[in-house]
Design a protein around this ligand. Structure first.
Ligand code: ZN
Ligand code: ZN
Ligand code: ZN
Length: 1008
């Protein structure tokens, strides 16, 4: 111990303790002690020895810590852990989804019957036990929270030396940090940090002296202005470092008056020891032990507020260092940043304080924005190459000039290395606080910036169809695009939507939705969008703005009963068509991929398509696109809608003009025809899952996944979309599983591996709830749909519900809409173009052997729906513009199924005979059952009328087609007459042909 030898009259800790208690200390001896051993001593080892010796007073450091811990009165546990430590999370007790508690507090608390789990902390964390803003008080352990045991005052003699030396210890530590600026390594002087951590472990009784010193402005002011201190503590390194700090500017649209016309930088001034330590911590890349020390002081609420304030002022520097670090192989900064911010922003009190007092929203939004759109600083030359730019001209743009829209390049290193993750994770994290989410939605500056940010991802990762040779290199960039959309855009969206409660203002919600529509229109303008000029063979799966529109609109309608005409431009057909263009293109592209049209682009396009429709993500992607189509279809003139739709699906010119679309072979065309039918059924019938956790939706998802096959619990969970990160309704799955399935108890397999139990769907649900269209929406493999159909058929046969030698058709359901508004999706069924399309499908089925029965049953289903929704009273004239294709001159299904037209519109073809939907249906029936056909149809039209919704959905081809004939005769007198006449005509014709029938006509050949 060297200082004793240098000066024999040094005070001992014991003398010091007595002197301090009795106020009899020799001031000059004390000053000498401080000067010799602290101020003028730069040797870390002797400094460490000195503080170890003097801070505890007349006892060892270990004894000191042991005793002082008895006086710990902290309400919050606050134990800090680093990565890979086991901690607990209890959903029953949590208020914030990020809540976590240490093992000790978990054991000392009572979580019996709670929904908790043990997890390995990835970014490190801290114990929230005792913090009522993060978890419910009933989950606190007996040592934390308001009802913790009371502690006594700390005896003077125990603490007086620590009180004296802690500020000096911090000064010395700061000097070490300053000097690390030349050594370049902050971690080498960990010995001082070890003492600090050791002291902090002593609990609140000692921590208060540390936090006071750290945040005392006067103390710091003296420290940096006293000339001797400035010299002895190497102040110059601090000034050099602060001068070199990177500057982050607020996005100017966020700041109140734009009159200033100059960028406003983040405030990185240093006013306390905490500020300075934070600055070194940030410039040194957030060293783990230093963070651990700072976080360990957070149970002190006032310190936590000040710490939050400082942290946010330096947030921009951290964000910049993330970009710098992205060149390094690996970086610990992201997880350490989150380690800090999670501790702060999962508390609603801290988060709201930070929002009101520390520009929390402006800071995070500015940092996120500048990560993708660097602020232009004209003084500095650009040190990055231009080809390094993370934004590129949008490949979907039709023009290319200075105003052309930009899109994120998903192959850029910042994206590939996921550099943006910690900032966006912070953003999504603060959105879990209701007040912050509303502040962003309701403040135009914030909302517009966020939408502008999403615009950068709008249409990212455009695939271009490869036609020549198979693509050699399969890019992985699509994964980054999906990660961004799901983890940033969608995660934030579900946070926002999750906060919308029934008492929320409809006017505000309408404003938000209109703002989203404006953003989409701005984006389209930036592409010089023109629906007629868009490339048919470019495909993106990423439309974050459209999905915001869809999900917000869905919730506005279903939760708030808002009339869509209050936000949609319902009278502007062209704008509506433009709004639906991209989602329609994406849905169509999805089916193109399934139809092998993108085969040469490699496996990766298939993976994209499957991810797009995957159950777990469907709410954020496929279902959102589909709902937007449904919504817009309610307002677009039906013929225009159907025509647009069919053109996009590449079946229009082929069917209507008997032309072959150049890019597709015949099997691809047939596959697209079937896809178009499926997508049309989906638009009219399917109810997408866009609400946050509705039991009804969860149930139908579970029934759907169980209809395909027996499932493990984990498979069920995986197949139930759960979009909201806020929802805690996961346990609802178990309740529903009990209602809809039987559990097969686990058995031991031969190899000795324990097999998990599976859930089997209850048989009767095939009759009542099994929805084949829902299965089609959720399964990208057709074999899964076939599986469900087989299980359904087995059930029908087993129960004897329908006797037939022919295949049982899928029991497509007659829809009942969960909101009155959505029944308007049936508008598109009142379209002469649609009826003509269905007519052509029937004709194609009859004449083209490669067209499958699937196409027939979708066609018949759409016909059935059209008839059920048939509006007898108001036949509408077809739009003049559509004249070239409209064989039917009305939109009235009852007229249209009766009328006989030439199949080909080409007058040169000289067709011998006209057909109608009715005659085609009769021919199709006859084709399958020529032997008993005439006996079977004598009952049509039937005698007694039944409500269409009560008609059984179990049957075969003959059953469903005759249903259509009966239905239409019941509903419309003209149909009844026409059907009777056509049957008679058919009979006559048939018996006339009988003698020549041996020559085997098409019909009978088919029958064999
Ligand atoms: Zn704890
Ligand atoms: Zn506790
Ligand atoms: Zn609990």
């Amino acid at each position: 111990f060297s200082m004793d030898t240098s000066d024999s009259i040094n005070l001992t800790p014991a003398q010091l303790e007595v002197g301090l208690i009795n106020d009899t200390i020799d001031q000059s001896a004390l000053n000498k002690l401080l000067t010799n051993n602290i101020h003028e001593n730069e040797n870390i080892d002797t400094l460490v020895q000195f503080f170890q010796h003097y801070i505890p007073g007349n006892r060892t450091m270990n004894e000191f810590i042991e005793r002082i811990r008895h006086y710990n009165s902290a309400q919050i546990c606050g134990l800090v852990w680093n990565a890979n430590v086991i901690a607990y999370r209890c959903k029953t007790c949590s208020i914030s989804p990020c809540m976590s508690i240490c093992a000790q507090c978990f054991q000392n608390g009572n979580h019996e019957g709670h929904n908790f789990n043990m997890f390995k902390s990835q970014a490190g964390g801290a114990c929230d036990c005792g913090d009522a803003s993060v978890m419910h008080a009933f989950g606190f352990c007996c040592f934390h929270g308001e009802n913790r045991p009371k502690t006594q005052m700390v005896p003077r003699e125990l603490i007086c030396c620590a009180e004296l030396f802690v500020p000096h210890l911090l000064k010395v530590f700061i000097r070490a940090l300053r000097m690390s600026a030349i050594s370049g390594d902050i971690v080498t002087d960990e010995k001082l940090l070890e003492i600090l951590n050791q002291l902090s472990n002593g609990g609140s009784a000692i921590q208060m002296y540390i936090t006071h010193a750290l945040t005392d402005k006067k103390l710091y002011e003296e420290f940096i202005t006293d000339p001797s201190m400035v010299k002895l503590y190497q102040y110059e390194y601090l000034t050099a470092e602060t001068a070199a700090l990177p500057v982050t500017y607020f996005v100017d649209s966020l700041i109140n008056d734009s009159t200033a016309h100059s960028l406003i930088p983040f405030d990185t001034s240093i006013r306390t020891m905490l500020d300075e330590i934070m600055m070194w911590c940030v410039t040194a890349g957030l060293p783990e032990e230093l963070i651990r020390f700072l976080l360990s002081l957070l149970p002190d609420f006032n310190f936590k507020l000040l710490f939050t304030e400082t942290f946010l002022r330096f947030y921009g520097v951290i964000a910049q260092s993330l970009i710098g670090e992205s060149l390094a192989e690996t970086s610990e900064i992201p997880s350490r940043l989150v380690h800090i911010s999670v501790q702060l922003f999962s508390s609603n009190i801290i988060a709201e304080y930070a929002m009101k007092e520390c520009h929390l929203i402006e800071v995070i939004l500015s940092c996120i924005w500048h990560m993708f759109v660097p602020s232009v600083d004209h003084d500095k030359p650009d040190d990055d190459d231009d080809d390094e730019n993370i934004l590129k001209t949008h490949p979907l743009a039709l023009t290319n000039d200075a105003n052309t829209g930009m899109v994120v390049d998903v192959e850029h290193r910042l994206i590939v290395k996921n550099v943006y993750w910690p900032l966006l994770s912070d953003f999504v994290n603060i959105l879990s606080q209701e007040k912050i989410a509303f502040a962003i939605l309701e403040n135009k500056r914030y909302l517009i910036l966020w939408l502008r940010f999403l615009t950068l991802f709008q249409g990212m990762n455009v695939n271009e169809r490869v036609l020549t040779q198979h693509v050699e290199y399969e890019p992985q960039a699509y994964m980054y695009a999906f990660t961004i959309e799901l983890e940033i855009s969608a995660a934030a969206m579900w946070c926002f939507v999750g906060h919308l409660k029934p008492n929320y203002s409809s006017e505000k919600l309408i404003c938000i939705i209109k703002q989203i529509i404006d953003s989409i229109n701005d984006w389209l303008r930036s592409l010089s969008f023109d629906s007629k000029l868009m490339d048919d063979w470019k495909l993106t799966f990423h439309l974050p703005l459209h999905r915001y529109l869809s999900v917000f609109a869905y919730n506005a309608i279903h939760q708030f009963n808002i009339d869509p005409s209050s936000f949609l431009p319902v009278n502007d057909q062209n704008t509506l068509l433009n709004l639906m263009f991209c989602p329609l293109r994406t849905i169509c592209g999805y089916y193109e991929v399934l139809s092998s049209i993108w085969l040469r682009n490699g496996e990766q396009v298939t993976v994209q398509a499957k991810t797009y429709a995957k159950s777990a993500f469907s709410s954020s992607m496929h279902d959102a696109d589909l709902f937007l189509l449904q919504l817009i279809s309610c307002y677009v003139e039906p013929n225009l809608f159907i025509e647009t739709f069919l053109k996009r699906f590449h079946v229009y010119s082929w069917l209507f003009h008997s032309k072959t679309a150049s890019n597709l072979d015949s099997s691809q065309q047939i596959s697209m025809l079937e896809s178009a039918l499926i997508a049309l059924c989906a638009i009219v019938v399917f109810q997408p899952n866009l609400a946050v956790c509705e039991t009804k939706h969860i149930r139908s998802e579970i029934v759907t996944t169980l209809a395909v096959s027996d499932r493990l619990y984990s498979e069920v969970e995986e197949n139930v979309p759960d979009p909201s990160p806020l929802s805690t309704n996961r346990k609802g799955i178990e309740v529903i599983l009990q209602q809809v399935s039987d559990f097969q108890t686990p058995s031991v397999e031969l190899m000795g591996h324990l097999q998990q139990g599976k859930y089997t769907i209850k048989d009767t649900l095939f009759k009542t709830e099994y929805d084949p269209l829902h299965v089609l929406m959720r399964c990208t493999k057709r074999s899964q749909f076939q599986n469900s159909l087989e299980r359904f058929t087995n059930y029908v046969k087993r129960e004897g519900l329908f006797k037939s030698d022919y295949s049982i058709w899928p029991p497509f359901r007659i829809p009942s809409y969960d909101h009155q508004q959505m029944s308007n999706v049936q508008n598109s069924l009142r379209s002469g173009v649609l009826h003509h399309f269905l007519f052509l499908c029937l004709h194609a089925y009859l004449n083209d052997k490669s067209i499958t029965e699937n196409i027939l049953y979708f066609t018949v289903y759409l016909l059935e729906l059209s008839i059920i929704n048939g509006d007898d009273s108001s036949p509408m004239a077809v739009d003049e513009n559509s004249e070239d294709i409209a064989a039917f001159k009305t939109n009235n299904i009852f007229t249209n199924i009766c009328i006989r037209v030439f199949v080909s519109l080409n007058p040169l073809k000289n067709e011998p005979e006209t057909e109608s939907i009715i005659t085609l249906l009769l021919k199709i029936l006859h084709k399958q059952r020529s032997n008993d056909f005439f006996d079977l149809i004598t009952n049509i039209p039937p005698q007694k009328a039944a409500n269409p919704k009560d008609i059984s959905r179990i049957g075969d081809r003959f059953y469903f087609i005759t249903n259509i004939l009966s239905l239409s005769s019941q509903m419309n007198e003209q149909c009844r007459t026409t059907i009777t006449q056509e049957i008679e005509k058919f009979k006559t014709q048939f018996y006339q042909q009988q003698p020549t029938n041996t020559k085997s006509t098409d019909l009978t050949a088919e029958q064999k």
